[in-house]
Write a protein that binds this ligand. Structure first.
Ligand code: FEO
Length: 393
């Protein structure tokens, strides 16, 4: 396990999690990495660590450069345990290790680790001189936790923004020009949609501050380091954080018992198709909710269908709606639909959740008793077409 020099005397010493397939309900189909950065200067400094079970891998990489007990400073940009997990081990190795973090970082680390560690609290504008390099700190509350912080090194034009600009992507490559751009950007979008989406205004505030710095490398705490594609990355972060959507894109999310709700979904599809929309049909049996969220991030229209099961919605639809509500996309136009046998509560339940998300509606919810016939399906298509036509005016 080697360290990778990313700037003179600054090394990536993280760990690659090839096996990770779930991150708090987010399907990480390409694994992930936890990126820690070692700065060899008069004061030897480690910025962030790794998940606890990856401590050995990080220590092996650090040991290629220096005895890990010689690290003087630990910068904790973010408390979450995928970045602070090796902290207890490092403190054990060197009880004099000085931990620098934000005020909220102190609260979080104290509450989680319950150790009598001394902390150095940081605020935006604080500078820590290491020798040749200096660390400049910017707190970024709610990008994506209260304690989140970025570290900027002007002498290296290097930004270490922790989770911001990251991707869940395991690779033996470290830089954006060593990996296929479409894969990299699609994983960056998925990461934003599933982790950062609720915090658009906080991201914009952070961008305002960070983009004043002279940056030629952005090294996040997950995935690949940006050095060649920074303009495309920033352009996308500006777009995603401003809740920019494609007014001609619809995502139709549903599950089905006896294909009746699926037939309704297809009728809705036809209406969008007639209007030349980009459409994603996402059956919850075959699509993961985190992939659905990536599509929803750029879509104006969200249609959600569930048949009625035991006076309620299908569990897959319930999980999706809970996830959607938490990630809080804004200014969307929605539609609830579904088939039922005798009681039909599911459609109202779906509509209530979509209302609680603050969405507008294409039209009132569509319910069909048992199986929709050809005329029912045509009526659905016609109604939606008409509503879309009205919305165009
Ligand atoms: Fe990668 Fe918020 O932890």
């Amino acid at each position: 396990m080697q360290a990778v020099e990313i700037k003179k005397n600054i090394y990536w010493v993280g760990a690659i999690d090839w096996d990770l397939r779930d991150f708090h309900g987010y399907s990480t189909q390409r694994g992930s990495s936890y990126n820690a950065y070692l700065i060899m200067d008069k004061k030897i400094t480690l910025v962030d660590t790794v998940k606890e079970y990856k401590t050995d891998e990080m220590i092996e990489r650090i040991s290629k450069i220096i005895d890990p007990s010689k690290i003087d400073y630990l910068i904790c940009n973010h408390v979450e345990m995928d970045h602070s997990g090796a902290l207890p081990y490092l403190k054990q190795l060197n009880p004099n290790l000085e931990i620098y973090t934000s005020t909220n970082g102190v609260k979080g680390l104290s509450a989680h680790y319950k150790k009598d560690w001394k902390y150095k609290e940081l605020e935006t504008g604080d500078v820590l001189n290491l020798g040749k390099y200096s660390l400049n700190f910017v707190t970024m509350p709610m990008v994506h936790w209260p304690d989140s912080m970025a570290t900027y090194i002007p002498e290296a034009k290097l930004l270490l923004p922790n989770d911001a600009f990251g991707q869940h992507l395991a690779s033996s490559k470290r830089f954006d020009d060593q990996i296929e751009f479409d894969i990299l950007m699609s994983e960056t979008a998925k990461y934003y949609a599933n982790i950062v989406l609720p915090f658009g205004s906080q991201v914009q505030k952070a961008l305002d501050t960070l983009l004043k710095f002279d940056i030629d490398m952005i090294a996040p705490s997950h995935g690949i380091i940006w050095r060649s594609q920074i303009p495309a990355l920033i352009e996308n972060y500006k777009k995603w954080s401003s809740n920019t959507v494609n007014n001609k894109k619809a995502v139709i999310v549903y599950d089905t018992m006896w294909n009746s709700t699926q037939r309704m979904a297809q009728a809705i599809y036809r209406a969008f198709e007639e209007k030349n929309f980009e459409i994603k049909m996402m059956n919850l049996k075959t699509n993961h909710i985190s992939d659905i969220m990536t599509e929803i991030m750029g879509a104006k229209y969200i249609c959600v269908g569930s048949p009625t099961l035991n006076n309620n919605i299908l569990p897959t639809v319930a999980a999706f709606l809970a996830y959607l509500k938490g990630l809080a996309p804004k200014n969307r136009t929605a539609l609830a639909f579904g088939s039922y046998g005798w009681s039909g509560q599911s459609i109202d339940i779906v509509e209530e959740v979509l209302k609680s998300c603050g969405f507008n509606f294409i039209q009132e919810a569509i319910k069909i008793n048992y199986r929709p016939g050809c005329q029912d399906l045509q009526a659905i298509t016609d109604k939606i077409s008409k509503a879309l036509h009205q919305a165009d005016k």
